[in-house]
Design a protein around this ligand. Structure first.
Ligand SMILES: [Zn+2]
Ligand SMILES: [Zn+2]
Length: 369
């Protein structure tokens, strides 16, 4: 048992809803920081804590479901797996507007409370990361993405009510809005937020819809064809409007974020690609023609005579497609010179002859005097 909510409100375990409400009202007036204008900083903090504590207790004991859970288990979940109470969990601001309208500003109290109402729309967006190979990004590809999303329940049109029959929401009196007044002294800030009990519709179900259990949304599986554009970079964010969660008439977007996998042996820098190729010393000295394979592409690379180890040779336009303009990046081939570890007698003889010849000319190609 974490907290004794009954003790916090000073009511017995069999108190009626009216008794609970009046107990809260009395305590809220007493501990409201505005009712204690001479409190110092430390006392003010304590008052805020106490005020939050009684609000938490009231939130639980005034809600038949939460109360039942608390009575049975000794604790309550305010969100999935979350038993700590935040101001956004408090659903009775408008019931006690006369008290809450005098809420002081600038403190943790206010900011915590207001943050709960922001980004309602952003919460409906879904982001999915998908991993694709570099080859898929090179050629472009259509990928099937499967995911789940909440969609407005067709059976009740999102009202959460059987046959769409609803009554006026008591919390907001049908306006769909809750007025919150924040401030102290001369400062009064009125902000209007969506009513939490009816989600802004101003109506609550007469009988809860059996398909969506009153939530107004159902979870559906979606299959989406995602076109990965040619030349797509990693972290490319693609937006699919209206493919996020929907709630009532609001619908969010789906974001597909690409994760382009590394390919062994290929380095990518923007739209340019880098690979390596080993050739022999004679090939480097005399020049040669190399076949370069990149995915399904075959290129012929001319290696000029006198190519140095570590030199980069360019295959123009053989890199990744430029996504936002015409053309392609380039493919660079780094030339490595392989030195044989074993030689036949004849090879050894030939290299020795070459060495003597080079020595006589006192230097390598182009450096002899
Ligand atoms: Zn429904
Ligand atoms: Zn309402």
């Amino acid at each position: 048992m974490s907290k004794d909510y009954y003790q916090v409100l000073g009511v017995s375990r069999d108190a009626s809803p009216e008794e609970i409400k009046s107990a809260f009202r009395k305590l809220a007036r007493k501990y409201h920081p505005d009712a204690n204008p001479n409190a110092n900083e430390k006392d003010r903090k304590a008052l805020e804590e106490k005020f939050k504590e009684i609000s938490e207790a009231y939130e639980v004991l005034s809600d038949p479901q939460k109360k039942k859970m608390y009575d049975q288990t000794g604790s309550v979940e305010f969100g999935p797996g979350r038993s700590d109470f935040n101001w956004q969990d408090f659903t009775h601001f408008s019931d006690f507007e006369d008290i809450f309208s005098r809420i002081f500003g600038g403190s943790d109290f206010g900011s915590q409370f207001f943050s709960g109402f922001r980004n309602e729309r952003a919460d409906l967006d879904i982001a999915i990361r998908i991993r694709v190979s570099l080859e898929d990004a090179f050629y472009g590809k259509t990928k099937i993405v499967k995911y789940r999303r909440n969609k407005t329940c067709d059976a009740c049109g999102g009202t959460g009510a059987e046959n769409g029959r609803t009554n006026v929401c008591k919390t907001c009196g049908g306006t769909g809005q809750q007025r919150i007044v924040q401030g102290q002294g001369f400062f009064r800030m009125v902000s209007v937020t969506v009513c939490r009990d009816c989600g802004g519709s101003g109506r609550v179900p007469e009988k809860v819809c059996s398909v969506c259990k009153g939530t107004g949304t159902v979870t559906i599986r979606e299959t989406l064809e995602v076109k990965i554009p040619k030349g797509a970079p990693s972290n490319l964010k693609m937006r699919y409007r209206g493919k996020g969660q929907s709630h009532g008439r609001s619908v969010g977007d789906l974001f597909i974020i690409l994760d382009v996998a590394d390919e062994p042996g290929i380095r990518r820098e923007g739209d340019d690609l880098y690979v390596q190729k080993e050739i022999t010393f004679p090939q480097a000295a005399l020049g040669t023609e190399l076949e370069i394979n990149l995915f399904k592409e075959r290129y012929t690379l001319q290696v000029p005579a006198g190519t140095q180890p570590g030199e980069y040779l360019k295959l123009k336009g053989a890199g990744m497609h430029h996504m936002r303009r015409n053309g392609n990046g380039d493919l660079y081939v780094k030339i490595n010179i392989s030195v044989p570890k074993k030689l036949t007698a004849r090879q050894r003889e030939l290299i020795q002859q070459l060495d003597e010849d080079l020595d006589r000319k006192k230097g390598w190609f182009g450096r002899s005097k």
